[in-house]
Design a protein around this ligand. Structure first.
Ligand code: DP6
Length: 335
């Protein structure tokens, strides 16, 4: 019974919009840092009927809505389709029973879907008999459930890159491993309310923004800058390109139809305060936000204490202290 573990990642160059929604093939490349926590654990067992049981960090069972079960089920179907296509689908069970344990509050701008689907990609790969799948193939399995999950198949800093056409034409590539640059991500969650429009629906509307085409054109240069900043550990360069890209993605979201306003007044208040603190204390810190009001403060070892104190001082917010982490991985494979 394969059991896998994974955690979220935080994008520095964001994925927003698909060239193919059904296969979650992104319109442009993206790049993220894998985090060390909060973790998700998934166990997969062959079954006659597809089923899902999901638990929170305290072991309390979480009721599953129809939509999320349908998404998980569809992911298994797509995984089978992909594996058959590469001649590795033979040993797969007709259906699976999933047990998912997640310490991540859902839908608040911490990539819970990336952690869940990368866990499942890992576990489905373990169901395949014979030669183990490559990391690239595991990344494709993960991406078929959630685009950003394709960036969890390696540790550290991972790009999701496009290569031609077809179901397998986007996968993760490691830029640097987790020991290369131990950066921290201090996450400030101002609201635990679940967002109204999830990323899947959001991606589908991205191309309606008048700013989308320009964003897609700008990304290759940003990717090069981001990769070079990471390789040379140039924090200022990383800060400039990451903040530029995050704000650009939110401008696309806010100008697409229907418009998506993920950032709240509280987000903007936190951004202003961190910019002031960064200048006054000469901190190595920058901000980035995904599809929610949550603020991710990426910082270096020498700035993390001040940044964490700042985060803890924010009223009515929940704080997660995370750092560069490992890839999704198998923790058990007992049959
Ligand atoms: C804003 O991977 O969550 O976090 O494939 O629909 O699950 P789905 O989308 P998802 O999109 C991530 C969007 C983002 C930016 C990013 O992580 O790159």
């Amino acid at each position: 019974m394969p059991k896998a573990v994974s955690s979220p990642n935080i994008a520095l160059i964001k994925y927003w919009g698909n060239r193919n929604d059904a296969f979650r093939l992104p319109a442009a490349d993206s790049l993220s840092m894998v985090l060390d926590m909060p973790t998700v654990e998934a166990t997969v067992e062959g079954a006659d009927v597809f089923s899902v049981r999901s638990y929170d960090a305290d072991g309390k069972e979480k009721p599953q809505n129809e939509e999320s079960v349908a998404r998980l089920r569809h992911h298994y179907d797509l995984s089978k389709e992909y594996l058959r296509g590469i001649g590795r689908g033979k040993s797969l069970p007709k259906e699976v029973a999933l047990t998912i344990l997640s310490a991540i509050p859902p839908a608040i701008g911490i990539a819970s879907s990336a952690a869940v689907f990368s866990c499942l990609g890992e576990a489905y790969a373990a169901l395949v008999e014979g030669k183990p799948l490559s990391r690239e193939e595991v990344s494709i399995l993960s991406r078929l459930g959630s685009g950003s999950a394709g960036r969890n198949s390696y540790g550290g800093f991972v790009a999701l890159t496009n290569h031609g056409d077809g179901i397998a034409s986007a996968y993760g590539e490691q830029v640097a491993d987790e020991s290369h640059w131990p950066l921290h991500d201090i996450i400030i969650v101002p609201s635990m309310k679940e967002k109204k429009v999830g990323s899947t629906e959001g991606h589908a509307g991205a191309a309606t923004s008048p700013l989308f085409a320009e964003r897609v054109r700008a990304i290759p240069k940003r990717m090069r800058e981001c990769i070079s900043a990471l390789r040379t550990r140039d924090f200022e360069k990383l800060q400039i390109v990451s903040e530029e890209d995050a704000l650009d993605m939110h401008r696309v979201m806010e100008s697409q139809s229907p418009p998506l306003q993920y950032l709240s007044d509280e987000t903007h208040r936190i951004l202003k305060a961190i910019e002031e603190l960064r200048t006054s204390e000469k901190l190595n810190v920058f901000y980035t936000m995904d599809a929610g009001p949550t603020v991710h403060l990426i910082c270096t070892e020498d700035s993390v204490k001040t940044v964490a104190d700042f985060a803890e001082a924010q009223k009515n917010c929940i704080v997660f202290k995370t750092k560069t982490g490992k890839s999704s991985r198998l923790v058990e494979n007992e049959i």
